[in-house]
Write a protein that binds this ligand. Structure first.
Ligand code: IMP
Length: 430
């Protein structure tokens, strides 16, 4: 079975933990989009790891981890991450393959990201300032530098000289020297070269040999460049189509799709968030859920579970089932709200509005559910959850239209319930 695991909200759903947990059922874990804007937190052996660019399966021995062509790579960020894992005794470099078609994030992309945000002023996106958007811009404009280009330094020099000159004209006071950029790229190739391959071909052969693949998404459905709350989105396809374009596999390579969603909602950066709680309750969720960006440390905006948004993710991605994370963060709340529809200019709409600009003027329509006093934290059997927590999950399943196969009740790998007889349990039984 080859399964895609992706975010069903605005990112930070806890995908890292779920991917890490499921990795033992697979032989390969492949990232298909995004870059080091992602921050996948994984706790293992009492230690916390924040993975940005590397697939979340990297902590496991015997796993091949792939960075696909749909990912944008900052070589320095990649090396820093590998070095950090090395120091922790995890030989990440021995488990890694990188697509020759992946685009590179170069030093001027970071500067352009900051510049573009500053120029947008009040309309800023709130990016992670990692140069992600500008690198994808260059890709689409057909002037990007790809990993495989590093093998042909002569033609690369010309392209880099041209790109740096163009960027120097855009960035005030920039004196960036293209020769330094080239030197850095040469050094990067010396280190990266051994990981670089034709990922599409590798995956095709691996699958023919019976090796199973987990496709790992970064960010989330509502941050997708096409299907998210545009323009307040990232610059790649976090949704299911990204698997095919970002790795060079056909749609039949995907046997199942697992959406990861928190038991409430969060978002970092600007843009509409209909169920946002700005007062005391927002602070309560942020503190107990430790909702601070894994990459930038920014406080995340928090709100009630938005079932309309998750139902939209079910539709856009064809989700088979959900992993519901951080249920324990809701422990002790007397009652909970679930958003079941929006009220937009006086009219109740049950689906995400096609025009996301409209979303900012929509209000959530809530259904109130009882909270639970006995903690869900650390519960490892579904039957042992408080009855109200089970009812909360059942209601979410009803509204979103898909069953929750996995429930996470704490940060540790073990604090996770894979429900017996569930869709995901069936996948892994075979
Ligand atoms: P960018 O991807 O850095 O261009 O940022 C675009 C938007 O996506 C901003 O609102 C970011 O906060 C958001 N974003 C990017 N990566 C992540 C992520 O991994 N988790 C949550 N939000 C993200």
């Amino acid at each position: 079975m080859n399964i895609a695991v992706l975010g069903a909200q605005w990112g930070d759903e806890g995908k890292g933990k779920i991917v890490d947990l499921l990795t033992r059922h697979f032989s390969i874990v492949a990232r298909y989009q995004g870059g080091h804007n992602a921050g996948h937190t994984v706790y293992a052996g009492g230690r916390k790891f924040v993975l940005r660019l590397l697939p979340s399966g990297i902590l496991h021995e015997g796993i091949t981890c792939i960075i696909g062509n749909g990912v944008v790579i900052d070589p320095q960020a990649l090396f820093a991450e590998i070095d950090e894992l090395d120091r922790a005794g995890i030989p990440a470099g021995d488990r890694l393959l990188i697509s020759d078609k992946a685009h590179l994030i170069l030093p001027y992309h970071r500067e352009l990201d900051l510049l573009s945000e500053a120029r947008r002023g009040e309309r800023k996106i709130g990016t992670t300032s990692r140069g992600i958007g500008p690198a994808y811009e260059d890709k689409i404009a057909r002037r990007g530098i790809r990993v495989g280009d590093l093998t042909n330094l002569d033609s690369l020099a010309e392209a880099v000289e041209h790109n740096v000159a163009a960027r120097n004209r855009l960035i005030p006071d920039s004196t960036m020297d293209w020769r330094q950029v080239i030197d850095e790229l040469k050094r990067s190739w010396d280190r990266m070269g051994r990981w670089v391959t034709d990922v599409s071909l590798f995956l095709s052969r691996a699958r023919a040999e019976g090796r199973s693949v987990m496709f790992e998404g970064a960010q989330g459905t509502l941050l997708d460049i096409d299907h998210g709350t545009y323009p307040y989105v990232t610059s790649s396809n976090a949704t299911i189509g990204g698997v095919c374009t970002g790795l060079g596999v056909g749609p039949r390579a995907i046997d199942g799709v697992l959406g990861v969603a928190k038991a409430y909602t969060t978002r970092v950066g600007e843009g509409p968030l209909p169920t946002e709680l700005t007062g005391e309750m927002g602070n309560r969720l942020r503190e107990s859920g430790q909702e601070f960006g894994a990459v930038t440390g920014r406080p995340r905006r928090c709100g009630w579970y938005d079932a309309v948004a998750v139902r939209y993710a079910v539709r856009v991605n064809g989700l088979d089932t959900l992993a519901l994370t951080k249920l324990d963060v809701l422990d002790g709340l007397p009652e909970l709200q679930v958003c079941t529809a929006y009220r937009c200019r006086g009219t109740v709409v049950p689906e995400m509005p096609g025009d996301f600009a409209q979303l900012s003027s929509c209000e959530p329509v809530y259904e109130t559910l009882p909270g639970w006093s006995r903690p869900a934290r650390g519960v490892r059997r579904f039957d042992d959850l408080p009855d109200e927590a089970k009812a909360y999950i059942a209601r979410i399943e009803e509204i979103t239209g898909v069953p929750a196969s996995i429930v996470s009740t704490g940060s540790d790998r073990e604090d996770t319930i894979l429900r017996e007889g569930s869709v995901a349990a069936e996948w892994f039984r075979r």
